[in-house]
Design a protein around this ligand. Sequence first.
Ligand SMILES: NC(=O)c1ccc[n+]([C@@H]2O[C@H](COP(=O)([O-])OP(=O)(O)OC[C@H]3O[C@@H](n4cnc5c(N)ncnc54)[C@H](OP(=O)(O)O)[C@@H]3O)[C@@H](O)[C@H]2O)c1
Length: 271
Amino acid sequence: MSKIVFIGGGNMASCLIGGMLANGFSSHDIMVSEPNEASRQRIASTHGILTTKDNIAAVSQADIVVLAVKPQILGAVASPLATALGHGPIVVSIAAGIPVSALQNWLGQTLKIVRAMPNTPAMVQSGATGLFASQSLSADQQSIIENIFTAVGYACWVDQESQIDAVTAVSGSGPAYFFLIYEAMLKVAQELGLDNQTSSQLTLHTALGAARLALASDKTPEELRQQVTSPGGTTQAAIESFQSQDLENVFRVAMTGALDRAKEMSDDFAG
Ligand SMILES: NC(=O)c1ccc[n+]([C@@H]2O[C@H](COP(=O)([O-])OP(=O)(O)OC[C@H]3O[C@@H](n4cnc5c(N)ncnc54)[C@H](OP(=O)(O)O)[C@@H]3O)[C@@H](O)[C@H]2O)c1
């Protein structure tokens, strides 16, 4: 079995490790390197895995290294690891906005690097992750990387690194779009006469149900929408109002803005 070492034992590492252990990974194959003693103790007691504060010793025995520190400090954390990665493990970076070129500058040009863009619903095993590999991986390598992220939800590969910026604009930032819709529906539902609890539960169960129905169906979103829209009925009144305000374009402008910001952030690190 592959030895997987996490550099950084914060929120995202803990959530991935919890999912991995619940999905068949062995606690003996996972280690966390993390400078903060309280965080190490929390990881060890929550997950029953080995921890260390020695990043270099940890990665020197790894088959897969998952870089799970904040993007701002990744360069300083990664550069000292270059020599210890000489045996050629796969390096998976979950740091938002850090391109493969920056990772290769810090770690070595020949390493196989995977960029992963998970999202916060991974905390409840309902994440969505986009993956990009800098070089082709063997079927076994591809499968183990996929297993790390499918342990906390859905994961898919993209062919080009630029598509990771699109993944960021869709699913990385996406939970906040739905929270914004939740906020709006919650306020309006109360204005329409429902109490806070009822408004919240009805809104959230509707979102969950719509997502489950769409996932279980082979119908297009337009067909699903038409299924609940009888001519001249209540849904039609609401949908026509959204469409008259060009809701699709509101999303186009917002998501293109997120994409542009992701590109700018990557360009800053690409140097
Ligand atoms: N949270 C998300 O939803 C999400 C989604 C997509 C991608 N990401 C990416 O995931 C990465 C981690 O995010 P997070 O939310 O898990 O952050 P976090 O909770 O702050 O975790 C980062 C951890 O790294 C530790 N650390 C600091 N310096 C280190 C060093 N030299 N060596 C090893 N570990 C070190 C930190 O310790 P201290 O606390 O002591 O500094 C902290 O425990 C980020 O790059 C972020 O862009 C996160």
